[in-house]
Design a protein around this ligand. Structure first.
Ligand code: NAD
Ligand code: TYD
Length: 357
């Protein structure tokens, strides 16, 4: 099969390709990525010369470019990862989120609709998030039937893209599957997200910026467990269905940061208390969802999926990966990311908002 993967140079997409390209020499993988600040081709070093892998730089929101890729490669399956993915950025500049997440998804769906009518064996796998459901209180978990109630421009744009994907199934019979997943962590995650930011700041002795009181709760899943679940749904899940993916590992942000301090200390021989002393409480994120938790009964019962990695083992692997890949870190931090930080956070130290950045 010819398999198009959008956003394959980002965090989850690159982990997906690193797992699937060597494992499936019978399939050809085409990675379509715009290479935004969040991308890093160094994440794909291990597979870039594989005979069953092709990289194409293109923008999913540009119909002409997407048509060219579809005409050249005629993909049978699409795994749609590409997105603007960081909530804080969506608050500072929502336009790019509408452009990529909403328009880009629509452009891809249209490219499939135009070519796939009457053709069998096609699949559009839409990769989404638990954030479309908004916030939970102290108890309960999101099910596949929970009403959408997004809080941030990021989650609103992902909600819109989910609706388009499902609408194309209902209206045009496009073979769509949707997965909504909880927070991922692991190697190759851009260091603006909580876990890699805290690991690197701890290593570098910089402040560890905790939003609000640090009591917000996220359900963490090791990225490879997410990738395996996506492949399982694509190969064995039912068309037109939605499947939840989650670690069942709920943690308060402050507890995550404490664990990171402990692990970084153990791995580097430093004093954990001196790392914990770097914790800095900063202004809360506007519209900050209090808690996410996923009910994953459906994927477990129907497809027998379960995560392999515990939070403790996965986090230690992640800490080690960042310790051993400083060149990767420097690469993603240079260029566009450095300029963005300068534009959006320069001179704001006095307010403490970006104390640790
Ligand atoms: P990421 O920000 O690390 O990577 C996104 C990738 O998409 C980058 O390589 C970027 O260059 C590419 N991209 C962005 N705009 C593009 C465009 N217009 N055209 C082509 N490529 C473009 O994101 P991620 O964390 O890997 O997330 C991947 C997907 O998984 C997203 O759809 C996200 O909503 C979803 N998701 C993420 C998480 C998480 O915790 N990271 C959890 C659940 C779902
Ligand atoms: P993040 O990694 O941005 O993922 P998301 O917002 O998609 O859940 O943030 C995870 C949690 O950590 C979230 O509750 C916000 C919080 N957070 C901090 O406290 N400090 C930080 O510097 C960042 C980036 C996040």
């Amino acid at each position: 099969m010819r398999i198009l993967v959008t956003g394959g140079a980002g965090f989850i997409g690159s982990n997906f390709l690193n797992l699937m390209v060597p494992r499936h020499p019978e399939h050809h993988f085409i990675n379509l990525d715009k290479l935004t600040y969040a991308a890093n081709l160094a994440s794909l070093e291990a597979i870039c010369d594989a005979p069953n892998y092709t990289f194409v730089q293109a923008d999913i929101a540009d119909a002409r470019q997407v048509d060219q890729v579809f005409d050249a490669h005629d993909p049978e399956w699409v795994f749609h990862f590409a997105a603007e993915s960081h909530v804080d950025r969506s608050i500072l500049g929502p336009a790019a989120f509408v452009q990529t997440n909403v328009i880009g998804t629509f452009v891809l769906l249209e490219a499939c609709r135009a070519r796939w009518q009457g053709r069998v064996g096609r699949l559009f796998h839409h990769v989404s998030t638990d954030e479309v459901y908004g916030s939970l209180g102290d108890t309960g978990a999101f099910t596949e039937e929970t009403r959408y109630d997004p809080s941030s421009p990021y989650s609103a744009s992902k909600a819109a893209s989910d609706h388009f994907a499902r609408a194309y199934h209902r209206t045009y019979g496009l073979p769509v599957k949707v997965t909504n997943c909880s927070n991922n962590y692991g190697p190759r995650q851009f260091p603006e997200k909580l876990i890699p930011l805290m690991i690197l700041n701890a290593l570098e002795g910089k402040p560890l910026p905790v939003y609000g009181q640090g009591t917000n709760v996220r359900d963490w899943l090791y990225v490879e467990d997410h990738c395996e679940a996506i492949w399982l749904v694509a190969t064995r899940g039912r068309v037109g269905e939605t499947y939840h993916i989650g670690g069942g590992t709920e943690k308060r942000n402050l507890d995550v940061v404490h664990t990171i301090c402990q692990l970084v200390a153990e791995e580097t021989g430093r004093d954990p208390d001196s790392l914990r002393a770097l914790i800095t409480y900063v202004a809360d994120r506007p519209g900050h969802d209090f808690r996410y938790a996923m009910d994953t009964t459906k994927i477990r019962r129907e497809l027998g999926w379960e995560p392999r990695e515990s939070f403790e083992t996965g986090l230690r692997k992640t800490v080690r990966w960042y310790l051993n890949h400083r060149a990767w870190v420097e690469q993603v931090r240079s260029g566009e990311y450095a300029r963005w930080l300068e534009r959006n956070y320069a001179g704001r130290e006095a307010h403490g908002k970006d104390a640790g950045r």
